[in-house]
Design a binder for this molecule. Structure first.
Ligand SMILES: *Cc1c(COP(=O)(O)O)cnc(C)c1O
Length: 381
C-alpha cells in the first residue's frame, strides 16, 4: 500500500468528463431521529419525525412475523420467485412483467440505466420527485424540466417538451413533494399522444392513499401502451421503508431489458418475505388508510387555523407555505427541530418558503401543530 504507482502521481480519478456527475445535487433525505437527538441532546423517544412520508402506524404485524421467520436462512441467497408470483397475481399480469427493486428508487435507476445515455434526455415536471433528475444525470442523460402548473405536472407542456432525443418521461402520481394528482383521463390522453419510443414512468408510490372514487388501474393500460412502466413501493402505506423493496410493472420485453441490468440479488430475504405477508394484510392497509384520512383533515384544519396556505394533497403528506420568504421559513424549520419535530424543508425543490409534513398519528399531528404555532409566534428561539 505504501508504494505509490508512479504513473498515478497520487491523482484522484476525477476529471472534467465527470461533469454530469458533478451536476447532480445529492438527494437530501429527511433528518433521521438519531441525528436530531445527537445535535440537540434530545431523547430519541421525545422526537416526532414527520419528514419522510413513513407510515406512522409502523408496519404490518404480519409482515414483521414473516420477517422474523425469514431470519432463518440468512446464509442463503434470496429467491425472488414467490414475491414475483404474488405481485403478478395481484396485478393480473405475467411474472415476466414484474421487476423487483431495492425500493422503487432502484427501479427508477434501472429505467435510467436501460433507456438513457449521454445524448439522450428525459422530461420531468418542475416540482417532481428529486430522484428523477438524479437517475437521469447518473446515466449521463439530460433532464428537461417543465414548468409546473398549480405545483403539479403540466402534461400538455411536458408533451411539447419531448425532443427527438427524449427517451423517458417521469411522472409521479400523486406527486411528491406537492401532493398534486392527475386523473386517469389526463394520463391516458398523454399516453396516447406520446411517441411509442418514449418510455413513460408512472410512479405510484402514494396510490394506496387515494380514495376509491379517484382510483384507476394503470396496469390495465400496458397492452395498449407498452412504453408505460408503473412503479409501486412497499415504503409508504405498507410501512416498510427501511426494508427497501418496490417494483415496476411493464410490458414483458421492457421488463426483460430492466431485469438484465438489475443486480441479481437486489432484494434481501427479509424484505421479500415481509412484502408477501404485507400484501395480504388488508386489515393493516385499511387501518393505515383510515388513519391517514383523519390525520390529513386534522393537519389541514390546523394549518387553516394558523392562516397558512397549503397545496391540497393526495398521499400521506402536505406541503404548506410556512412564511412569505425563505429566511423566515428556515427559521420556522429550525424552531420545529429545536422542539423535537422533524419536517421536510423544500428549499432543494426551489420552494424555500415551503415545508412538507407527513401525516402522523393523532398525537404526532397535535405535537406538530402545537410546535408550529409556537414557531410562528416566535415563542421559541
Ligand atoms: C417515497 C417515494 C418513492 C419510494 O421510494 P422507495 O425507494 O420505494 O422507498 C418513490 N417515488 C416517490 C415519488 C416517492 O415519494
Amino acid at each position: 500500500m505504501s508504494q505509490q504507482n508512479p504513473s498515478h502521481d497520487g491523482a484522484l480519478p476525477v476529471h472534467a468528463s465527470l461533469s454530469h456527475i458533478r451536476a447532480i445535487s445529492a438527494y437530501q433525505p429527511g433528518k433521521p431521529i438519531t441525528e436530531l437527538a445527537r445535535e440537540f441532546g434530545l431523547a430519541v423517544e421525545s422526537i416526532v419525525k414527520l419528514a419522510s412520508n413513513e407510515n406512522p402506524l409502523g408496519m404490518s404485524p404480519r409482515a414483521k412475523a414473516a420477517m422474523l421467520a425469514a431470519l432463518d436462512g440468512g446464509e442463503r441467497y434470496p429467491d425472488p420467485f414467490a414475491l414475483t408470483v404474488a405481485l403478478a397475481a395481484r396485478h393480473g399480469v405475467a411474472a415476466s412483467q414484474i421487476v423487483l427493486g431495492n425500493g422503487s428508487n432502484d427501479v427508477l435507476d434501472l429505467v435510467a440505466r436501460v433507456f438513457l445515455d449521454s445524448g439522450r434526455s428525459a422530461v420531468a415536471a418542475q416540482y417532481a420527485f428529486a430522484v428523477y433528475p438524479i437517475a437521469t444525470l447518473s446515466a449521463g442523460g439530460e433532464t428537461i424540466s417543465v414548468s409546473a402548473r398549480h405545483y403539479g405536472h403540466d402534461l400538455v407542456a411536458m408533451r411539447a417538451a419531448i425532443r427527438a432525443d427524449t427517451h423517458v418521461v417521469w411522472i409521479a402520481n400523486p406527486n411528491n413533494p406537492t401532493g398534486t394528482f392527475l386523473s386517469a383521463a389526463e394520463l391516458r390522453a398523454f399516453l396516447a399522444d406520446v411517441p411509442a419510443r418514449v418510455v413513460v414512468v408512472l410512479d405510484e408510490a402514494y396510490t394506496d392513499y387515494l380514495e376509491s372514487d379517484e382510483r384507476y388501474d394503470a396496469v390495465r393500460w400496458l397492452d395498449e401502451f407498452p412504453n408505460l412502466i408503473v412503479c409501486r413501493t412497499f415504503s409508504k402505506i405498507y410501512g416498510m421503508a427501511g426494508l427497501r423493496i418496490g417494483y415496476g410493472i411493464a410490458a414483458a420485453p421492457v421488463a426483460d431489458l430492466m431485469n438484465r441490468v438489475r443486480q441479481p440479488f437486489n432484494c434481501n430475504n427479509l424484505a421479500l418475505a415481509g412484502a408477501i405477508a404485507a400484501l395480504e394484510d388488508h386489515e393493516f392497509l385499511a387501518q393505515s388508510h383510515a388513519s391517514n384520512r383523519v390525520g390529513m383533515a386534522e393537519i389541514r384544519a390546523g394549518l387553516e387555523c394558523l392562516h397558512l396556505q397549503y397545496i391540497p394533497a393526495r398521499g400521506n403528506f402536505i406541503a404548506f407555505q410556512a412564511a412569505q420568504e425563505s429566511g423566515a421559513a428556515a427559521d420556522i424549520h429550525r424552531s420545529l427541530l429545536r422542539q423535537g419535530v422533524i419536517v421536510r424543508p423544500l428549499a432543494s425543490y426551489q420552494m424555500a418558503e415551503w415545508l412538507r409534513v407527513t401525516i402522523g398519528t393523532a398525537a404526532e399531528n397535535a405535537r406538530f401543530l402545537e410546535a408550529l404555532g409556537k414557531a410562528l409566534r416566535r415563542e421559541t428561539t
